[in-house]
Structures are given as C-alpha cells and as structure tokens.
Write a protein that binds this ligand. Structure first.
Ligand code: F6R
Length: 608
C-alpha cells in the first residue's frame, strides 16, 4: 500500500523529471492519488491529485517541476477518501516542511484533534498529514530536524515509513517504522524509496534500512541514525544485481501477461536462488517441528494450501495452512516452543503476516519464511528464509511468484519425505528432476495450448456476474487461486471451493448454461465424474483444466477443455493455475479492465 520516493541531488535542478521516471515504477503500490513536492528557490512547490500515476503526471505536468530535491507519493487509500485534499505529500502549517508517508498512523484521530486544538492547520482527513505536523511541532521548539523527527516519531503510533524535507536545506530525511524503505547512493545524488525498482534508474548502490532508523540524505552522503537515541549506525551499501528490464513490459501489452510467460524462466531461477545449506536447515526444521503452520494471505495462502497437500502426500507431515489475519485468534494462544511457522509472502511486507511473526516471537516459535523481495521486513524478522528469485513482480495480481511458491513447496516436501524415509530416494529424485528440468518446458506448452482457448472463452464468461471454480484434493488451492484471479482482475464474483462441498448448498444456483470451472488432478479424474455429472444434468456448462482423460471428455466440449500436458501428478497443480491465469487475463482485457492495476487494490498491504 502506498509508495514513497524522495531524492536530493547536486546534479539536477529539474528534479520533476526524475521523480516521474522513478516514482512511476511504484504504481503497483497504489493508484488512488498521486503527488509530487519539490524545493525550488527555497520554496516548496506541491502538485497532487486523484488518479493513477501516468494520468496525474501528464495532467499536472509533474516532470516540469523544478528544484534539486523532491518527494513523490502514490497512495492506496485507507484514512480519507481518494481526493486531491487527501493526496500526499502534505505541507505543515507555514509551508516550511513537506512530508509523505506509507503505512498507517493508528492514533491519527486523537493527534489530529490535539494538534488542531494547539493551533495547527490540519487540512485533510489523511493520516499521512499528521507526520508533518508531528515534526513541525518539535521543529518549531528545537530548530533541529533530527531531534524534531526523533520526538515526532515518539508521538506516532502504527507501522509506517515517511520522507520529509525542509525548504531551507539540501537534505531529505526518512524514517522506517514498520513499512519498507530502501536507500540508494548515486553520483551526486541520494534517494529513498519504498521499493527497489524505483531506485535502480538512479543507482545500484543500495542500503537496506531497518525499523527504528532515521536516514539523513544529502546529495553526496547518507547517514543512518537510531531514532530511539540518535546513535549513528554503520552500514555498508551493497550492489544490487536486480534486472531492471524486469520492471519494463518488454513488448507485452500488460505486465500480467509478461509475468505469466515469465513463469517458464522464474521456475528455473528459483533453483539458482535457493542454496545449500539453507535448504537443509529449512527441511530439518520442518521435519523436526512439533507442529508446522504455513501462514500467508491471498495468493501466497493459496500456494500454502497446495503446499500442505504436498507435505501430507510426500512427507506424511501434517501442515496447517492459515490465513495471516486469522492466525492469532485461531491458534495464537495454542502455539508454543517447538512449533514452526512458515511465512509465505511475495512482498515480505504483508502486515497480517508480520503481526503473526511478532506474536510468535514472544512464544519462542521458530519463524521460517519464503519471500520474493529481498531486504523486506520479513527477511529481517525470520530465523531463516528462502528466496523465490522471481525478480520484480510488477502486476498487482500475483502470477509467477505464486507458481514459484507452489514449485518450492513441491521440492521441500519431496526432500522432507526423503529425509523422513517415507518417500523412496529414487522417487524423490525423480520428482526433483521433473521440477528442475522438465517443468519450464511444460509451463511453456501449457501457455501455448491454452492461450487461444482462454481468449475465446472471455465473451461467454463476461455475461456472468458470478460463477464457481471447483478443486479437489491437491487442486483445492488451485481453485481458490483461479477464483481470486478472476475476482481481482475481472470484477466477477468467482467462488473457489472444494468440489465435494458444492452439493451441500451451492448446487441450487446452477441453471442452463451456468459456468462451472473444475480443476482436476490426474489421479482424481475418475473420482470426480460424480461431481461433473451432478452439475451437467442440471445444465451447467463445464470448463475443465486437467490432463486429457476419456471420462472427462464426456462432460466437456473441446473448446472448454484446458489441457495440461501429461506429467507426474505433483506437477499438475503447478501447471493447472496457468490456464486460470490466462482466463482471468483475457476476461479482464475483454472487459476493458487494466489487469495490472485493478481498482481498489495495492500489491503490498502493510495495514492490518
Ligand atoms: C492476489 C495477490 C494478493 C497477495 C496478498 C499477499 O493476486 O497478489 O492476494 O497474494 O496480498 O501478498 P504477499 O504475498 O506479498 O504477502
């Protein structure tokens, strides 16, 4: 949710151009409002409005803003409606200071009341504005930015990061308190951002910032201090080798389609990203645990659901998959030393998951993680993490990272089964070889077999405001994921559920022509004939993703059979998500929806 980018330079006085080039790469974090502030001739210039980055940037001519330092903010609205007034950055009362934040200030309302009572002009209903007044309050007394920020932060409660600047110096100050923040050191300029893609056009020299730290940027130096006591922190930058081309569309009309196709390579890079001895340590912790919980949200949760089936079948380990926001109320009092929590997160910033980590830390529970964004909050909080190595995933709907999560679970479950001696070594080796060497080509084949069918199905599906995606056994998580993709990018209520449950109520919705998508694992084809027959005799139009099977052919027209190439049964759930991703993508574009930026959504949800 929300993205901030701030820069100070001694090389440029047309900083608007740089703000636009860099901040545009944070679009996936929020597109309710956009704003840029620059300092030019000791005066703060502010332009902001409601809307997506490219539209607002053109309308307000943000790239023409002059100055050599500035802050940009892209907002995903929580406190305060998406409007020009609530757009960030915000000015203090006298227009000496300007700040923008990412995250939530939970005591925003009492502080707003207090500051207003003290005489501050609080203009908006957005919690980000409170940051600038909190600093102004102390700056007016102390005349020192560092001290004012330290004291201001004491007043703010919540998880956030912000950048702030004064009109009279060449510095930018930034704080990390629970939301992501990275700093970059370029030649004659330094910057901070919520995420790496926006820093790479400036520099590859990166400093990870930790919670509780204040960063003081001048054009040539970066100083890090602890907010609690002002102590200097020594930290060396590292050189990022992230591929910046990944953050460009590369000829595809949308990032979502590009990232669907990238699954061919991202399932390969996964295996070069994960390394011994960390894999062995990870597996060792899982198989020696008292209980194992997989904790995640959204698509990552669906990958975890598939993963829990792998662990049952391949390693005979009972894994409990839990939605991040549900964990504390469902299992929080019951977890104890000896249990292992595996957090699964693309961003490594999801607040519902981070809350679980903090809760479990107090109970001596080991925290393992599977994360795509390196340097994210979860990488710092985990005892051990495995990276997904998927590169940047820009499109808001997760595709390639979901597939890599499921692939990694298959791999870890096979290793765990081998280690526990419940899976023969030769069988484990076969499964691992399939993952490492055959999966990419099978993904490629699945994409090419199903693209035209997915496009052709869109006009029919678009006539429905709701339908079902049903899975069974190991494809249950796949059905949940397919339904989420359709909801998210097509604005259609697709309900993903366990297919044996369908007869316990939802069956009543079926009438002539009603679409029902089944995702069927090869070994369940015969068993699922019952479920197919129940809806077929009531007139449903059955759509299937699965391997070819004569029994299935009786219930589905050729055009509605999204074929998965023959493979070992554990690859099938990985491949089955792909036709569903394609269906969602083509249905979205048929409905003229931009699948990369579906309304109301942000890719990184740092709020509870
Ligand atoms: C859906 C989607 C979201 C995320 C969820 C968790 O396409 O992308 O449901 O999966 O917000 O995000 P991470 O994996 O970053 O924790």
């Amino acid at each position: 949710m929300c993205g901030i980018f701030a820069i100070t330079s001694n090389r440029r006085n047309n900083i608007g151009e740089t703000l636009v080039e860099c901040a545009e790469k944070l679009t996936y974090r929020g597109y309710d409002t956009v704003g840029c502030a620059t300092v030019y001739k000791n005066k703060i210039h502010l332009r902001k409005d409601k809307g997506k980055f490219d539209i607002v940037a053109t309308k307000l001519r943000l790239s023409e803003m002059r100055g050599s330092k500035g802050i940009a903010q892209l907002r995903w609205a929580t406190f305060g409606a998406p409007s020009k007034l609530n757009a960030q950055p915000h000015l203090d009362c006298d227009e000496d200071l300007c700040a923008a934040h990412n995250g939530n200030i939970l005591n925003f309302l009492p502080l707003r009341e207090q500051y207003t009572h003290e005489g501050h002009t609080v203009r908006s209903m957005n919690d980000g504005e409170i940051c600038v007044h909190a600093i102004e309050r102390y700056y007016d007394q102390l005349g020192d930015m560092v001290e004012a920020i330290q004291k201001g932060c004491n007043d703010l409660k919540g998880d956030y990061a912000f950048a702030v600047m004064h009109r009279d110096d060449d510095k930018v100050y930034a704080v990390k308190m629970g939301s992501s923040l990275f700093a970059g050191i370029g030649k004659g300029e330094t910057c901070v951002s919520s995420d790496l893609p926006s820093i790479l056009p400036i520099t590859r020299e990166i400093l990870n910032i930790h919670d509780g730290e204040l960063v003081i940027l001048s054009p040539t130096t970066i100083e890090i201090r602890r907010i609690s006591d002002g102590q200097l922190v020594e930290r060396k930058p590292y050189t990022s080798d992230a591929d910046i081309r990944v953050a460009q569309k590369g000829g595809y009309p949308h990032f979502m389609l590009k990232e669907i196709h990238e699954q061919v390579s991202s399932t390969r890079t996964l295996f070069s990203a994960i390394r011994e001895p960390y894999i062995s340590q990870f597996v060792g912790s899982l198989i020696n645990a008292n209980r194992v919980f997989f904790v995640a949200c959204g698509s990552s949760y669906h990958a975890a659901v598939v993963g829990s089936y792998y662990f049952n079948e391949l390693a005979n380990v009972a894994v409990i998959p839990v939605i991040g926001g549900q964990f504390i109320s469902h299992y929080g009092d019951a977890v104890r030393k000896g249990d292992v929590v595996v957090c699964v997160s693309q961003s490594g910033e999801t607040k519902d998951v981070i809350d679980v980590v903090h809760h479990c830390r107090n109970r001596d529970v080991k925290i393992l993680s599977i994360i795509n964004v390196l340097g994210s909050t979860l990488t710092h909080l985990s005892d051990l993490y495995l990276p997904l190595g998927s590169g940047f995933e820009i499109s808001v709907p997760a595709t390639k990272t979901y597939t890599s999560q499921v692939t990694l679970f298959n791999y870890l479950a096979a290793l765990s089964g081998q280690k526990r001696e419940v899976l023969e070594s030769t069988r484990a080796e076969e499964i691992i070889t399939d993952l490492k060497t055959h999966l990419p080509a099978l993904i490629e084949e699945t994409i090419s077999t199903n693209t035209i069918k997915a496009r052709a199905l869109a006009p029919y599906l678009s006539k429905y405001s709701h339908f079902y995606v049903l899975g069974y056994g190991i494809t249950h998580g796949v059905a949940l994921e397919g339904a989420l993709k359709i909801k998210e990018v097509c604005y259609i209520v697709a309900d993903g559920m366990y297919s044996s449950e369908f007869k316990h109520g939802p069956l009543s919705i079926v009438e002539e022509g009603y679409p029902i998508v089944f995702t069927i694992a090869p070994k369940d084809s015969e068993h699922l004939v019952n479920h197919l027959a129940e809806v077929e005799c009531r007139g449903a139009r059955i759509i299937i993703t699965g391997e070819d099977h004569p029994l299935l052919r009786r219930y589905v027209k050729d055009d509605d059979f999204f074929l998965i190439p023959e493979s070992n049964q554990y690859l099938s759930p990985i491949l089955q998500a792909i036709p569903l991703q394609l269906m969602a993508y083509h249905l979205a574009t048929y409905k003229n929806i931009d699948p990369d930026y579906p309304r109301n959504i942000s890719k990184t949800l740092t709020v509870r």
